[in-house]
Design a protein around this ligand. Structure first.
Ligand SMILES: NC(=O)C1=CN([C@@H]2O[C@H](COP(=O)(O)OP(=O)(O)OC[C@H]3O[C@@H](n4cnc5c(N)ncnc54)[C@H](O)[C@@H]3O)[C@@H](O)[C@H]2O)C=CC1
Ligand SMILES: O=C([O-])CC(=O)C(=O)O
Length: 328
C-alpha cells in the first residue's frame, strides 16, 4: 500500500504529474487535491487501467482527507512566473500556500515524504521544515526540494552541443539551490566525463542557471515549465518510492535538503557552504528518505566562484522562509 497526495493537482504541473504518477504501479492510492477542478482531473485519470485508486479532494475542507495517511506528498501548488519575474517574486503568494499545506501535512501525515516543487524552492523548503519543527514532527530525511529539473535540463543541454553525449545516461551534478545564480552546475564532474572548453563551460552554466527563463519567455505570460517539470517530479518521486518501497539501494538524485539529514557527511558540506542549513546536493535515497549526502567533490576555480555567489543568495532565501514561519 502506498498513498501519494498531489497538492495543486489541477495545475499546469499537477495534471501531467498526476498522469505520470497514475502510471506508476507502486502507487496504490493517488489523492488529488486542489482548490479548483480536482474532481474533473481525478475522474479522467481514474479510467486509466493501472492499480492506483484515484480520489478527488476539492478545497480546504477536503485537505485533511486528501493527506490522511499519505506516504508521499508532492506539492506543485501556487503561482508560476510571468516574464520579468524572479522566482523570489513568487514568495509573497506561494509562502502562505505552502505554509498552510505543510501545517495540514504535519497534522495528517507527519511521516510522509514531502516533495516540494512550488517556487521559490530555496525558501519554500525551509518553510515546510520550520512548520514540521513547530509541530514536533520534523525529520530532515523526509523533506525534499525538487531540483531534478535542473539536472534533467543540464544533461539535455550538454547533449545539444556534444552529439556523442547520451542525454539519458549522462549525469551532470548540480549543487546549491533552484534559482539563477544559486544553481551551480559542476561541469567538471559530468559522468561519464565530457571535455568542454572554457567558453562552452561558461555558456552551458549560464543556460542551465537560466533554463527556466527560456520556458517562461517562450510561454509569453502563460506560465513556466510544466511538462518537463512533471517528468522531473515523477522521476524524483519514483526514486524515493523505489528506495522506500522496493528497498532499491544506490539511487542517487539531487535534492535541496537540510544538511542535518546526514549527520555523517552533512557537516562536511556545511563546512564548504558557510554553515547553510539547506543545500542542493546529490542525495542517496533509502527506506527513510535521505540515506547519505554525497560530498560536493573537488571544484574547479570557476565552480568555486559560482559557489561563493550562490551561498550569499541562499543564505537570505533560506532565512526568508524561516522568518516567515517564525513571524506568524
Ligand atoms: N521546482 C521546480 O523545478 C519548478 C517549480 N515550478 C513551480 O511550481 C508551481 C506551480 O506551477 P504551475 O503548475 O505551472 O502553476 P499553475 O498555476 O498552472 O498550477 C498551480 C495549481 O495550484 C493550485 N493551488 C493554488 N493554491 C492552492 C492551495 N492553497 N492548495 C492547493 N492547490 C492550490 C491552483 O489552483 C493550480 O491548479 C509554481 O510555483 C512554479 O514556479 C515550476 C517549474 C519547475
Ligand atoms: O522558471 C521557473 O519559474 C520555473 C522553474 O523553477 C523552472 O523551470 O526551473
Amino acid at each position: 500500500m502506498f498513498k501519494v497526495t498531489v497538492c495543486g493537482a489541477a495545475g499546469g504541473i499537477g495534471q501531467p504529474l498526476s498522469l505520470l504518477l497514475k502510471l506508476n504501479t507502486d502507487i496504490t492510492h493517488l489523492a488529488l487535491y486542489d482548490i479548483v477542478n480536482a474532481p474533473g482531473v481525478a475522474a479522467d485519470l481514474s479510467h486509466i487501467n493501472t492499480p492506483a485508486k484515484v480520489t478527488a479532494h476539492l478545497k480546504d475542507a477536503e485537505l485533511p482527507n486528501a493527506l490522511a495517511d499519505a506516504d508521499l506528498v508532492i506539492i506543485p501548488a501556487g503561482v508560476p512566473r510571468k516574464p520579468g519575474m524572479t522566482r523570489d517574486d513568487l514568495f509573497k503568494i506561494n509562502a502562505g500556500i505552502i505554509r498552510g499545506l505543510a501545517q495540514a501535512a504535519a497534522v495528517n501525515c507527519p511521516k510522509a515524504f514531502m516533495l516540494i516543487i512550488s517556487n521559490p524552492v530555496n525558501s519554500t523548503v525551509p518553510i515546510v521544515a520550520e512548520v514540521f519543527k513547530a509541530h514536533g514532527v520534523y525529520d530532515p530525511r523526509r523533506i525534499f526540494g525538487v531540483t531534478t529539473l535542473d539536472v534533467v535540463r543540464a544533461s539535455r543541454f550538454v547533449a545539444d552541443i556534444k552529439s556523442s553525449v547520451d542525454p539519458i545516461s549522462t549525469r551532470v551534478p548540480i549543487v546549491g539551490g533552484h534559482s539563477g545564480p544559486t544553481i551551480v552546475p559542476l561541469l567538471s564532474q559530468i559522468q561519464p566525463p565530457v571535455e568542454l572548453t572554457t567558453e562552452e563551460i561558461k555558456a552551458l552554466t549560464q543556460r542551465i542557471q537560466y533554463g527556466g527563463d527560456e520556458v517562461v519567455k517562450a510561454k509569453d505570460g502563460a506560465g513556466s515549465a510544466t511538462l518537463s517539470m512533471a517528468q522531473a517530479g515523477a522521476r524524483f518521486a519514483q526514486a524515493v518510492i523505489s528506495a522506500s518501497v522496493r528497498g532499491t539501494t544506490g539511487i542517487v538524485e539531487p535534492s535541496f535538503v537540510a544538511l542535518t539529514a546526514d549527520p555523517k557527511n552533512g557537516p562536511a558540506v556545511q563546512g564548504q557552504v558557510d554553515g547553510l542549513a539547506h543545500f542542493a546536493v546529490p542525495v542517496e535515497l533509502g527506506k527513510n528518505g535521505v540515506e547519505k549526502i554525497h560530498p560536493i567533490g573537488p571544484l574547479s576555480d570557476y565552480e568555486k566562484e559560482l559557489l561563493s555567489v550562490a551561498v550569499k543568495d541562499l543564505k537570505s532565501n533560506i532565512q526568508k522562509g524561516v522568518d516567515f514561519v517564525a513571524n506568524l
